[in-house]
Every structure is written in structure tokens, then in C-alpha cells.
Design a protein. Sequence first.
Length: 138
Amino acid sequence: MQFTIGLVVVIVVSVVAIGALSSASRIPGEFFDAVGRTVHNVLPKEGPDLATDADVRAVIRAMPNGKLRVASVVPEDDVVVFTITAKRSAVKAAVGPGDQLRLNRDTGEVEIAPQGVPGALDQLRQQLEDLRKRFFGP
């Protein structure tokens, strides 16, 4: 008798717990979208690469045809995104989507800029090197 009552209690508690978990897992997607937008707005954003009209003019002058293609305008960030295309043979680095290219400070060669934590460490290393050169010379 005691075993049967215990079994029924365990089954009822299990059903209630499963029901609560399944309804909690169906929280509307709008909530998570709103949380994502809030987090996106709170996090610091990387500044634009071109901040002035002179910067834009310099890039346009550097382009072979003297033209720069607008890819999109992002009104919520007040940003214009440009598209620059290159032949694959012109890019020697083994790039992938999302990679950023830069010139190596020592050799002048094109390289893939580190991203995330390695990128932050590399930037810190470069700033320390610049500081050392400023105080102690080359």
C-alpha cells in the first residue's frame, strides 16, 4: 500500500514537473529577441572604419575605377556598409567569411588580422611595442 502511494506521488510529481518544464520551454521567441536586442544595444560597438568625408574620398580615390559600391544602409546603427570585391588570385591569404585583412607592420605583407581574444592580445602587444618605441627609440 505504501509503495503504491509513493509510486503515485512520484508519477504525479513527475507529470507536474514535465508539464512545467515543457511550458517554460515554450516561452515566446519575442522575449528572447528583445533580450538579444537589448544586449546588442548595451555592448560596445566597433566604430566605423571611415569616420569623415575625407576618409570616404580617400577610399574612392584608391579604388581602380574611382567608384565605391554601397551594400546597405543600417539606420538603427546610423552606418553605411560598402562592398569591395577582389579577384581570388589578388588575395594571397587563406581568407574565409568574416576575416579581416591588414598589413603586417614589419614586412608589409597582407595577413589575416586575429579576432576575439587573440586579436585583443595582439592589439595590446602592438600598443606596448609603440609605447616602447616612443620612450626608448627604435
